[in-house]
Design a protein around this ligand. Structure first.
Ligand code: BGC
Length: 248
């Protein structure tokens, strides 16, 4: 079955059709700049354009970089604050006539990684960390997602939240070497291990492709691997989750 997945990010909104049985992308990815201001109404226009571009029908899965419960955004760390309290599923459905399911971006990417990537359906406690502008997280217990964990918002070693100290964006902004930055990530992982005792960490986000530059600096005793799916993980996970969701 083919389902449209849309990844709403701070700088770009990307979409593609996904074969939810195999995780394969079925078309050329389509990207549109995130409008400014990135208010719900302006983003809904782009979402409607994306639906037209792919001539989509049925159910659509969507990601958003914030806490999302039953389609309602409950935070807005790196996006327009007017999102807080917006029922995106209802808004997008009203604009397009299609059935929408929106998820936290890291949760969606983690779902794809568990099913089609490094998670391999893993049992026990698996934590996926996405390193980008912020730090996102997706946690599974025996394959079941615990949504909206938001580990990037922990206060850690005086840094509140930890994502402003250890995200991939911070590495670039502060000009840290791979070793200096990996040390921060490592300390964060060791802290997560102390409180959650995971069986596996999967490290995602764009920097997962550069694992060879920094993975060997990590000292956590928890098995830690790079994500296998690239930038499209969110699109794939959102489409997959939407295909399994109860109709609204
Ligand atoms: C947000 C999370 C999101 C992460 C990655 C954080 O700032 O609070 O919801 O998953 O960034 O985009």
């Amino acid at each position: 079955m083919s389902v449209l997945g849309i990844d709403i990010g701070g700088s770009g909104i990307k979409g593609n059709l996904v074969d939810v049985e195999t995780g394969a992308l079925l078309a050329e990815r389509h990207r549109i700049d995130t409008p400014e201001p990135s208010t719900p109404d302006m983003v809904a226009d782009v979402v409607a354009e994306m639906v037209r571009h792919f001539d989509a029908s049925g159910t659509v899965g969507c990601t958003f970089p914030a806490i999302v419960r039953r389609g309602v955004a409950l935070s807005a760390a790196n996006v327009d604050k007017s999102w807080i309290g917006t029922d995106a599923d209802a808004l997008f459905e009203e604009r397009t006539g299609l059935s929408f399911h929106m998820y936290n971006d890291a949760d969606a990417a983690a779902v794809a990684e568990m099913k089609f990537g490094a998670g391999n359906g893993g049992s026990g406690v698996v934590i996926v960390i996405t390193l980008g502008t912020g730090i996102g997280s997706g946690m599974f217990v025996d394959g079941v997602l615990v949504p909206n964990t938001e580990f990037g918002h922990l206060h850690f070693e005086g840094h509140a939240p930890v994502e402003r100290w250890a995200s991939a964006k911070v590495r670039r902004a502060e000009g840290l070497s791979w070793e200096e930055w990996a040390d921060r990530v490592d300390r964060f992982l060791i802290h997560l291990d102390r409180v959650l005792t995971p069986d596996l960490f999967i490290m995602g986000g764009g920097v997962s492709r550069l694992w060879g530059d920094w993975g060997h600096f990590l000292t956590t005793t928890v098995e830690t691997v790079p994500a296998e799916l690239e930038n499209e993980a969110g699109i794939v996970g959102a489409a997959l989750s939407a295909s399994l969701a109860e109709p609204r």
